[in-house]
Design a protein around this ligand. Structure first.
Ligand SMILES: Cc1ncc(COP(=O)(O)O)c(C=O)c1O
Length: 380
């Protein structure tokens, strides 16, 4: 297949001397994002302070994230990590007896589980759905677990471990049929898989900028459906949660309308410059075409891994996986370090090595990485 985004590779200078396949952890730096970060530093240097310009860029970043997931801008809050965003959402829920069950999974990134467990002291009862042998969760497990006592069902869209992808529309329908909200951690899907919060009808969705969104850590976005947001009050708050942050009245806590009430303190401005640039690049390319190319790279990766008899921990059905193809390897971290010394960047987690391409990667890079892994396993 001819690389549909070949021309865009020149935006990523590091690709000339490294094979960068770790978008499930940190994507490659683009000139677009670098220029955006530089423009923050330049405005600071030249103007001393540019509050209006910096805040405008935070709003622009929200707008781009909203466009990415088909939300409205006033349905997006900006926080500093997925952990923060999940904590803030969880703190706004009530765990009253009779409606205090949290259904989550053992394939979630642990920070999400930690957040729900911290609410056990507020009467939450947390159920973790165990994965099947192939590290997936079957829809029937959700059907069995979600009941009329469930206040929230909390799932990853795509698993950080093996890229297993879940059907948000089907799960939101099930959750809502029992009166439960659906909270989605989309950190491993945003930017690489099409997300439409209106069509899938999820209640809340979070993602940070460091992975497929092409940005840097320190910023995360949280979507909450407008009507739901207006009915919630987070226990973590700040002056940017207020109707008018500049009212400077200590004794009035009037939450802003919409999801902006989940903003807290001064936003992560330089991170927003990077996030805006990264997400707008993705929006301009179109995530639909990115997703379809990444499916193709998945098939190339699976084929190469099978040829070298490597154990694949990801689903083989391309409709059930995101970009990440995980290979089961005992000393994955050691191998990650060795490959890095050879200019190949992949990402280890426990017993898997994850190959997670983005639109800028080529078939050849994926095949070379798999061959290097197979070769290292024989010779090391
Ligand atoms: C799916 C997923 N959720 C959450 C996190 C952690 O996010 P944060 O560090 O922003 O809290 C990660 C990090 O790898 C992740 O892959």
């Amino acid at each position: 297949m001819i690389h549909p985004f070949k021309e865009l590779r020149k935006l990523f200078p590091t690709l000339t001397n490294t094979i960068h396949l770790s978008s499930c952890s940190q994507s490659a730096i683009s000139l677009t994002v670098k220029d955006a970060i530089d423009s923050y530093l330049q405005s600071w240097t030249e103007k001393g302070m540019d509050w209006e310009g910096w805040m405008k860029e935070v709003q622009n970043a929200k707008n781009e994230f909203a466009r990415l997931i088909n939300a409205d801008s006033d349905e997006i809050a900006v926080l500093s990590s997925v952990s923060d965003a999940a904590s803030s959402f969880a703190s706004a829920l009530t765990f009253s007896t009779g409606r205090n069950k949290v259904v989550t999974t053992d394939i979630d990134f642990p920070c999400v589980g930690h957040v729900w467990l911290s609410h056990e002291r507020r009467n939450a009862k947390v159920t973790f759905l165990p994965p099947e042998e192939d590290s997936t969760i079957q829809f029937q497990s959700y059907e069995r677990a979600i009941d009329s006592n469930t206040v929230v069902t909390s799932i990853p869209h795509v698993s950080y471990y093996n890229g297993f992808k879940q059907d948000l529309k089907q799960l939101s329908y099930l959750a809502h049929s029992k009166g439960s909200y659906l909270f989605v951690d989309a950190y491993q899907s945003a930017g690489s898989v099409v997300i439409d919060v209106k069509d899938s009808d999820v209640d809340a969705l979070v993602a940070g900028a460091q992975k497929f969104l092409l940005g840097i850590p320190g910023i995360a976005f949280m979507y909450i459906k407008r009507e739901l947001a207006n009915s919630l009050q987070s226990l973590t708050t700040g002056w940017f949660s207020r109707q008018n942050p500049f009212a400077f009245t200590n004794q009035i806590l009037d939450y802003a309308n919409g999801t902006r009430r989940f903003d807290t303190g001064t936003p992560p401005m330089i991170n927003a410059f990077a996030a805006r640039a990264g997400i707008s690049l993705l929006n301009n390319i179109g995530v639909e075409s990115i997703e379809s190319y990444l499916k193709h790279l998945s098939s190339i990766c699976i084929e190469a891994a099978q040829k070298h008899q490597l154990e694949i921990a990801s689903p083989l059905d391309l409709d059930q996986k995101g970009s990440n193809t995980a290979l089961r390897i005992k000393s994955a971290s050691k191998l990650e370090a060795y490959l890095k010394s050879q200019g190949i960047i992949v990402a280890a987690r426990n017993d898997v090595l994850r190959i997670a391409p983005h639109f800028y990667n080529t078939e050849d890079e994926v095949i070379k990485a798999v061959e290097a892994i197979a070769h290292a396993l024989i010779t090391k």
